[in-house]
Every structure is written in C-alpha cells, then in structure tokens.
Ligand binder design. Structure first.
Ligand SMILES: NC(=O)c1ccc[n+]([C@@H]2O[C@H](COP(=O)([O-])OP(=O)(O)OC[C@H]3O[C@@H](n4cnc5c(N)ncnc54)[C@H](OP(=O)(O)O)[C@@H]3O)[C@@H](O)[C@H]2O)c1
Length: 251
C-alpha cells in the first residue's frame, strides 16, 4: 500500500505518517517543503503517481471565513482532481465534528472553511471514493491558543463545549481508517465532555504559565452550548485529559 500524507509536517500529519511507516506502509510526505503546494495545485500529480490512498491533513491558520473557504475549498478541489487523474482509489479527509453544520458555523469562519472542504471533496469524488474522518477538538488546540491569544501573564481560550481527545488518539483513528477502510464516514471523540477554556486552565496550571486564563465568547452560542458534542461517535478515544497532562508535563 502506498499512501500520500498531505500536511505530513503538521501536528497530526506527522503522527499519521509515523504510524503508517511503523506498519511498513510506503508513505509520501507531501507539503510545500517537499515541493507540493495543494493550493496552487503544483506537485500533486507527481506525488500521487501510483498511490492507493491520499490523506488530507493540511491546515490554514485563520479566523476569516473568506480565507478559510478559499483555502479549504480550493485545496480540496485541486486534490480531488489530481486524485481522479492519477487513479488514486480513495481520499481520506480530516474534518471536525459538526463543523460543517450551518447552524453551528454561522459565526465561525474557520468552520465554514471546513464545510467548504467537505462539500468540495464530496462533489468531486462522491461517497464511494471519499472517507471523511471528523475529529473532536484536540487537547493540543487549547495549548496552541494559550500561545497565540496571549498578552503577558494573560491568555484567552474560547468557551467551546466539546468531547476532546489527544492529537495522538486522533492520529490513531485516522491511521486505522486509512488501513481498514470502514463503511461510511468516521467520528472520533474523547472520553469526556469538557469546556476548552477549562483545558487551557489545566494546561496553564501544570505548566506554571500563563498565570491567568480567561474564557472568551467567540464563534457563536452553539459552540459554547454543546453543538460540537457528537451523539454517538464511532470511535471513543481512551486518553483522558489528566492522562494526557501527565504524559505531556511529566515532572
Ligand atoms: N486542532 C484540532 O483540534 C483539530 C480537530 C479536528 C480536526 N482538525 C483538522 O486537522 C487538520 C490538520 O491540523 P494540524 O493542526 O495538524 O495542522 P498544522 O500543524 O497547522 O499543519 C498543517 C500542514 O499543512 C501543510 N500545508 C499548509 N498549506 C499547504 C499547501 N498549500 N500545500 C501543501 N501543504 C500545505 C503544512 O506544511 P507546509 O507549511 O510545509 O506546506 C503542514 O504540514 C486541519 O484540517 C484541522 O481542521 C484539527
């Protein structure tokens, strides 16, 4: 089996590529640093030659709906077209639980981008050639926000009620999906329902910094009040927040 991992230098792409290689699967790491620009559409044909599966782990960091829709919609259309031309059997796209629902993403530009991504893939490939893995938010997302939304001893983390998991557990579910090809799409969530703000506070406490973590209300009311929590996820990942904190912040 030959698998192209788009975004193999990123948080989850790196973990997925590593897990696939651990199972003796041939992996092509495809991102701009290896000569593949999925937004411009360059390098895809060469990377996809002879591949059985393409996994999209790419990302853009933005809160702008225009930028997110432009990036995810264009990239998905380019990847799908190149996959069809190269005769790739299947594309696995990583998305976010309930992010494509217009009732959830009306005030969340990034999630509107994920909706555009899912639609572009489905329109181009159809359900037979596409598996969407929708993950819940990762514990690492709260840590990332502590770094970006920070001023001195203060950091802001949005109130998001979700069923979070570790990026490593999400990578394991994504890898299993690539290898075992389940029927239909996949939802992967963690073992507990939590508020992302509280995860940020727990990380700051373990890390000793930042001193103050403030919960902020951005992205719309559904995100705060449980619309991101899945009804019956197909995979419930095992690692709790406390276990992840113990691993990441060992004394
Ligand atoms: N964070 C969460 O809680 C969460 C939850 C569920 C799902 N997700 C999804 O997981 C995906 C990956 O997120 P992440 O945090 O792992 O991403 P990340 O660490 O920001 O990495 C992004 C990757 O995309 C590549 N990339 C960006 N633009 C590209 C382009 N034009 N052409 C080719 N490659 C490009 C980057 O490599 P180069 O810069 O070298 O090109 C990098 O390898 C996203 O789609 C996100 O929506 C995230």
């Amino acid at each position: 089996m030959k698998v192209v991992v788009l975004g193999a230098s990123g948080e989850i792409g790196k973990a997925v590529a590593g897990r696939l290689r651990d199972r003796d699967i041939e992996v092509v790491a495809a991102q701009r640093s290896t000569g593949v620009d999925a937004y411009a559409g360059t390098g895809l044909a060469e990377a996809f030659a002879g591949a059985d599966v393409v996994v999209d782990c790419m990302n853009v960091t933005t809160t702008s709906a225009k930028k997110a829709i432009g990036f995810f919609g264009t990239v998905a259309a380019n990847v799908a077209a190149a996959a069809i031309t190269a005769g790739v059997g299947r594309v696995v796209c990583l998305s976010i639980i309930n992010a494509a629902d217009p009732a959830v993403n009306a005030k969340f530009g990034y999630y509107q981008g994920k909706a555009a991504q899912e639609k572009a893939y489905l329109d181009a490939l159809g359900a037979d050639r596409l598996t969407i893995v929708r993950s819940a938010q990762w514990y690492e997302l709260a840590r990332q926000m502590l770094g970006t939304m920070r001023l001195g001893p203060f950091a802001a983390v949005p109130h998001m009620r979700c069923q979070p998991l570790s990026a490593a557990d999400a990578a394991a579910a994504l890898t299993d999906t690539v290898i075992h090809r389940p029927e239909g799409d996949v939802e992967v969530a963690g073992p507990e329902v939590l508020d992302l703000t509280d995860i940020g506070k727990a990380i700051a406490q373990r890390n000793g910094s930042p001193r103050w973590v403030l919960g902020v209300r951005i992205g719309g009311e559904p995100i705060r009040n449980g619309a991101l929590v899945p009804d019956t996820p197909s995979v419930v990942a095992p690692t709790t927040l406390d276990q992840w904190l113990a691993q990441e912040y060992a004394a």
